[in-house]
Write a protein that binds this ligand. Sequence first.
Ligand code: TMP
Length: 208
Amino acid sequence: MKRKFITFEGPEGSGKTSVLKAVEARLKRRGVDVLSTREPGGSDIAEQIRQIILDIENRKMEPRTEAMLYAAARRQHISEVIWPALEDEKVVLCDRFVDSSLAYQGYGRQLGYEAVYDLNLFAINGCLPDLTIFIDVPPTIGLDRVFDNSRDVNRLDLESLTFHERVYRGYQLLIDKEPGRIKVVDGNRPVEDVVPDVMALIGMLEDT
Ligand code: TMP
């Protein structure tokens, strides 16, 4: 399999992290050289920025500050981790990437698609995913999963349902804009049922 950059997106509690881990294990079993990583974070400096962004004490954080911190973490992550791995011909699996900023900051925070896109163009400088898997779970179900203790609650989880519904609608608009790159998988099923669908999409990428 040639070098590929594959990102995983979805609302809170969509199960994308568990799906990504299972896909990583399957690709490794096939002998594929895989690197899996996440955003915000993925490198020392970007993980430090993550702490600031997600800290539930940072209630005063202003939306543009938030958008710039995500973009800054992304820049560092690309230059230290993603780009070198792609140069080494690895398959990179990334838990969230630029579409999260477009959906959460662009639509959720209502900064606008254009503004967040332009900010991120500067940060990513051409490093775009080959394939994006959107794990589709309605926000109410996803949030129930988060608050049922599947992981720690962060500052964005605490936003209103209206915010998360805007994020979800934002994702739908992104999918409509780029149906070739962003593929939707029904996440309202056990992980073991979701993984084969994702593997099939990755297989299609392999054939291109
Ligand atoms: P996680 O829960 O998938 O680790 O993601 C952390 C939170 O950060 C989640 O609420 C989504 C949010 N987020 C953004 O708002 N913008 C971004 O660009 C990224 C990468 C994540």
